[in-house]
Write a protein that binds this ligand. Structure first.
Ligand code: MN
Length: 491
């Protein structure tokens, strides 16, 4: 994955020539100072690039066109230090192809009570300049982020940082390729969807590939490369005795390593950012990919099982958004409940494919039977997710539109050991409580697959939904079933 600091968000300040050269020079000086300071914030992952003040329709059009073309620019941040008559912005905003954040801030934090005069008023005009800009954005139906607050305020920086993360994830999805090995799990409804519509709305292309091509890549892996990867497994994880160098099932670990290397080669050669597989179509593979998928996810690939490309793309987007933040992001499935009325919880897991980025402990490499898939026993990494806040996120295809669902949850430590559970897992309590959250999720028609993250918050997803033009439903501590139902009915 690309380092986020190789991306840029352009800081564009609007004004007009009415005020004269001296004021415009001052405006530009202030804009440079704000951009410089935002750029030096460790919280904002991308570079904030100051652009010269724009004061004419042509200049605005020019910079919007330039931003739209620029490969490193993930979005623009606009600021109206003074008043910039908004009809000048129409042609520029019309051609803008990048996400837009309107930073509604004022250079001076405080009113200088004893010295304020008309010169001060002439420069610090955001209060009405920003309203003029907001009006034209709304009039043009533009989706954008509005961030209000002094530019040195911590919450302003946090809001802007969250938006830049969503903007990078959006940028990453444009022109992205997603590979599907095998089709959808037969007869499953929720993992289906309109791939053409998704490409139009989200920018990524989803295409299927024959298992034979993947198998050829796996078979092309050399023994030396396999040995090196086995060494890495031995070094990084706690490898169970049977799979250890002299263990009786070492050969199964070799098969798993070869599958990882083959998959990696295939994905790298095709420049894919995410992929899906399905246990119903493994022709030529000796095991269902377990550790392979887990480690590829850990390296930033989006993944979802059973042909679920929507979730695979979402996992990728969330991994990009979360880059550099504490906490992991993984494909997830609501698996089984603990319905003790005094302490209800959800155990999340999958057959194998949970990302070790969420692991609280060193994963163990184990081999166990898998009753489905009709292949040899698959090797997998087993671990538990660390306690703390998390989100479960889904994108659903409702037939006539895509929608995003978020449930805020709290991951907890299991009250007892789970010595016989042969898969990685996360145990959580949904907010506001299991009954309300699950009722809301089911009423919304939310899927069983999600992208789970301990690095991101609802705000990141809200920004992404805004940029992508998705309706967003958040289930959190404020959710009541009654209010949620009315939100659903408004659709
Ligand atoms: Mn599944």
């Amino acid at each position: 994955m690309r380092d986020l600091d190789s991306y840029e968000a352009w800081f564009i300040t609007g004004s007009q020539h009415l005020y004269g050269k001296e004021v415009l020079r001052k405006v530009d000086e202030h804009a440079q100072q704000i951009a410089r300071e935002l750029n030096s914030s460790s919280e904002i992952p991308v570079r904030i690039v100051h652009k010269p003040v724009v004061a004419t329709s042509d200049a605005i059009h020019g910079v919007c066109q330039e931003a739209s073309r620029d490969d490193n620019c993930v979005g623009i941040i606009t600021w109206m230090h003074t008043f910039s008559p908004a009809k000048m912005w129409i042609s520029g905003l019309r051609v803008l192809q990048k996400p837009l954040a309107h930073l509604h801030t004022q250079f001076n934090r405080d009113i200088p009570w004893s010295t304020i005069d008309m010169d001060f008023m002439n420069i610090n005009q955001s209060a009405h300049g920003g309203r003029e800009f907001g009006h034209i954005c709304t009039r043009m139906g533009l989706r954008r982020k509005v961030i209000v607050g002094h530019w040195q305020d911590a919450t302003t920086v946090t809001d802007l940082a969250a938006w830049t993360r969503a903007a990078v994830a959006w940028h990453d999805a444009q022109g992205a390729h997603i590979a599907r090995f095998g089709d959808n799990m037969r007869d499953v409804a929720v993992t289906e969807g309109d791939k053409v519509e998704a490409q139009i709305q989200f920018g990524y292309a989803v295409n299927g590939f024959g298992l034979g091509d993947l198998v050829a890549a796996v078979n092309g892996i050399t023994d030396e490369a396999t040995d090196r990867l086995l060494q890495e497994y031995d070094d990084c994880y706690s490898v169970t005795v049977a799979l250890s160098p002299r263990g009786e099932r070492r050969e199964s670990l070799r098969d798993a390593a070869r599958i990882e290397l083959g998959l990696r080669t295939f994905l790298e050669q095709g420049n894919f950012k995410a992929f899906t597989d399905t246990f119903e179509n493994l022709h030529g593979l000796r095991q269902l990919p377990g550790i392979a998928v887990q480690r590829l996810m850990n390296d930033g690939y989006g993944f979802a099982a059973e042909g679920d490309w929507k979730t695979a793309a979402l996992v990728r987007a969330m991994k990009v958004m979360a880059e550099g933040l504490k906490g992991g992001t993984s494909f997830m499935e609501d698996y089984t409940y603990h319905l003790d009325p005094t302490n209800p919880m959800v155990l999340g897991a999958h057959m194998l494919e949970i990302c070790p980025s969420i692991a609280a402990n060193t994963p163990s490499v184990e081999i166990h039977p898998l009753s489905i898939g009709e292949r040899e026993d698959p090797v997998r990494l087993i671990f538990e997710a660390a306690p703390g806040e998390a989100v479960n996120v889904a994108i659903q295809d409702l037939g006539d539109e895509f929608r995003m669902l978020v449930n805020e949850v709290d991951v907890v430590s299991p009250p007892e050991m789970l010595p016989k559970l042969p898969v990685a897992r996360a145990l959580w309590k949904p907010r506001p409580d299991l009954k309300t959250a699950t009722t809301a999720w089911i009423l919304a028609g939310g899927p069983h697959h999600t992208s789970f993250s301990q690095a991101l918050h609802s705000e990141h997803l809200e920004n992404f939904a805004e940029i992508a033009g998705l309706q967003l439903l958040v289930i959190d501590n404020d959710t009541s079933v009654r209010a949620f139902k009315s939100a659903l009915n408004r659709r």
